[in-house]
Design a protein around this ligand. Structure first.
Ligand SMILES: Nc1ncnc2c1ncn2[C@@H]1O[C@H](COP(=O)(O)OP(=O)(O)OP(=O)(O)O)[C@@H](O)[C@H]1O
Ligand SMILES: [Mg+2]
Length: 325
């Protein structure tokens, strides 16, 4: 059984570098990086509009990036269609669930993967509806989602039931990576707990799980690592066991970096007796940690142009010292 901690030391399973995506004038992703290893749960967090869903759509073949590189097992890949990502073993629970409202749960479950009946009927293209219904029902029940009827369309299900169908479908088919964009947003306490258990079980089979959530308790409870998106770029990476809630919030909001910028400016002023020069474009976007152990790997500047290793604070201190000379 692999664990996130040990697996994360190997080569990345899926790696995105410098992903750029604009919608008209809106720059949703501005050189975003992302990394996930086999057998780990990575939480992808950030404020509303940070670009989490956009990155998820790009990494699961729903949308094409304007720029950047995606590597799967170190090999550059370009997903033009969802099917290509699926063939590569990547499944996704989208924030809007992406279910076909007029189809039954089982039909959604097996869309594009229909089970044929045995023998001649199967060779003639007849589907095994019962097998598909039974499987879909069983997978949903594992999550505590009870469907009153197998024959009604998904549009008649409750929000929580729909979410359960989407989660169950994704984990059933995922072989390499499963993205879950707010998978518990509509779920009750019991079902949420089951989804978190399921995430751990999926992780323990060696599949990478990417959890996108605004619920920091869930993130802390289930993830091995956390990557933070802010304003369309990755600004911090943390080992979950070694990061505080305050540090996460600070990285998401940029609060710490602003505080650090102020502190550095004051320190520079004290050292030189001169007012500090104007801050560069990335200053407020660069995450820092006020204290705690250094990260396993460093934060990335918001413009994606330079990666700093180790604690970002030290790098920036060096930059500030350079400016003073
Ligand atoms: N199809 C689209 N057309 C125009 N703008 C879009 C589109 N999709 C996303 N955006 C914009 O891109 C930015 C990033 O959106 P995205 O949905 O990726 O954020 P998010 O981090 O998932 O936010 P949330 O936590 O609210 O789900 C936002 O400013 C959003 O308005
Ligand atoms: Mg989103």
């Amino acid at each position: 059984m692999s664990t996130g901690q040990s697996a994360a030391t190997g080569a990345p399973l899926l790696e995105a570098s410098g992903i750029v995506k604009s919608y008209g004038h809106v720059e949703a992703l501005r050189g975003a990086d992302f990394t996930v290893h086999a057998g780990e749960v990575v939480a992808l967090i950030g404020d509303n509009g940070a670009g989490k869903s956009t990155l998820t759509k790009i990494l699961s073949g729903v949308q094409r990036p304007d720029g950047g590189t995606i590597r799967l097992d170190g090999v550059p890949v370009a997903f033009d269609r969802v099917e290509q990502a699926r063939e590569a073993g990547i499944e996704t629970v989208h924030q809007d669930l992406a279910l076909c409202a007029q189809l039954t749960p089982a039909a959604n479950f097996f869309l594009g993967r229909e089970v044929l009946r045995g023998g001649l009927l199967g060779r003639l293209g007849f589907l095994d509806h019962k097998a598909m219904r039974d499987r879909a029902r069983a997978e949903c029940e594992r999550l505590g989602i009870r469907l009153k009827s197998d024959t009604v369309p998904v549009s008649t299900l409750s929000g929580g039931q729909r979410q359960g169908v989407a989660v169950a479908r994704a984990v059933t088919w995922a072989r390499r990576v499963v993205f879950m964009d707010e998978p518990t947003a509509a779920l009750g306490v019991v079902q949420t707990g089951r989804v978190l258990d399921l995430i751990r079980r999926v992780r323990d089979t060696g599949v990478a799980v990417v959890l996108i959530s605004h619920n920091m308790q869930d993130v802390k409870a289930v993830s091995d690592r956390i990557e933070v998106l802010r304003l369309g770029a990755r600004v911090a990476r943390f080992d979950t066991a070694r990061v505080s809630m305050e540090e996460l919030v600070a990285a998401m909001t940029g609060a710490t970096s602003e505080a650090m910028t102020d502190a550095m400016a004051t320190a520079a002023e004290e050292a030189t007796g001169e007012p500090p020069r104007a801050a560069g474009p990335t200053r407020t976007d660069t995450p820092t940690r006020a204290d705690g152990p250094p990260r396993a790997d460093g934060p990335t500047r918001a413009d994606g142009s330079t990666r700093v290793d180790g604690a970002g604070r030290d790098e920036r201190g060096a930059a500030a010292r350079e400016e003073e000379r």
